[in-house]
Ligand binder design. Sequence first.
Ligand code: NDP
Length: 481
Amino acid sequence: MSDIQFFGHIIDGEEVESLDGARFDVWNPWTQEVFAQAAEAGAADAARAVESSRRAFEEGPWPRMGRAERAAAIHRLADLMEERADDLARLDSTNMGKPFAQAKHDVGRSVWNFRFFADHQRDHVGEVYPMDSGHHSYSEFGPAGVVAAISPWNFPLMMATWKIAPAIAWGNTCIIKPSEDTPASVTLLGRLAIEAGFPPGVLNVLNGHGAPAGAALTADERVDRVTFTGSSTTGKAVMASAATHLAPVSLELGGKGANLVFDDADLDNAVHWAVEAIFRNSGQICLAGSRLFVQSGVHDEFMDRFRAAAEALVIGDPFDPATRFSVLASRRHFEKVRGYVESVEEQGGKVLTGGVDEDGAWLVRPTIVTDLPLTAPQYCEEIFGPVCVVNRFETEDDVVALANDTRYGLNAMVFTENLSRAHRVSSRLRAGTVWVNCFFIRDLRTPFGGVGDSGVGREGGNFSREFFTEPKAVVMQIDRG
Ligand code: NDP
């Protein structure tokens, strides 16, 4: 254990141990070995991080500097991330088992998160409204203050940057707490922020568990905004905690995405995206297409092709370039997914292909399930693994009703070559995002978030601006008439 890596907290421009020296083990789920240790925050470390970010906000240059200067600093960080892209990707692959090529893709999107919001805050400064009454009014978007961001383990770097980038771009200071399972890449990001010359306290990284570290952040009344991605259950606890000091929250929570394949779909395209939607990242995606509905006319042909494509995915070491699919992110998560898969038959369903690996790896193979009743937990609950539950449907009305019959509402996919149907069905689906003939493509200007148990609020473009700023109205008399 002597040459093991260490990931400290990044607080006030320095990498530090916890005040009491506590650490926790960081695992590689492919080798099932501890590859690093991280500092484990207690409430006192959380308070220290908040204190630092509060000071940086009240007294430091960040909220006061010009927009162009702030954008330049953020682009400098993005440049460093590009230089260290392999290292960032290597940490995510090592820490959660994601194939390296997918981790590299995530780094590219993380860099873009920073570049996009650096420019967005320069170009979307406010709005002016000439008034009929001899006045004009304008809006101003000032920073909100200290942002607490809590991010999950499925896209460790990408989900963290999706929160950090708009927060700091709009002049706030930010404390990010990555999941205890995946502290590595976000800590490297914090080191790069120091290298990029960020003033102390603008970006603090606090490593540790949801409780006490995350809970201490959300409960701290010096925190002005809380942004969280994770499970719906924890999201409710986060919201209740932030409510004690009236901090607005943005919650991106679970999903049970419906994937609708109509008779007139381009089947090559539909199969390609159905595979991506449920097996990319081993299904550990809140946006996963975990409920697949196939219209009767193409059902059998689609299922033959979908099954063949699932079975063709190369499973293996995340660092083998041929690997498309690998292990689940942790033993705890593997046990959860295993429970769902092993009880399919007892719920009346059939495992068409896939199942749990019997060789001791934390691996669930790409799994397709049919014949489950619509009340089965596998159909209703978020499994967050490579398990696709398939149903056949007859009419558009039927499938819209099925797709909407869930307490979640994050996203849905529609595969059809009929333009009118594409628009009509998209409009009827109760979901924050609908992808037509594709999946996972994002335009950062558009709203991102979910309905029902999938979350509260939207982020992206001007939606992020609303959340991470305190909008102000200024009304000026220009004509005393
Ligand atoms: P959680 O929702 O428990 O954790 C997400 C983040 O919140 C982590 O950083 C966690 O820290 C932190 N956290 C936990 N409790 C608190 C708290 N009381 N106050 C503040 N922060 C807290 O998700 P899990 O990682 O346990 O995964 C469980 C399930 O959640 C998955 O199986 C999946 O269904 C869903 N999930 C959904 C995600 C999404 O993208 N929507 C992402 C991840 C999970 P720590 O890791 O230290 O507990």
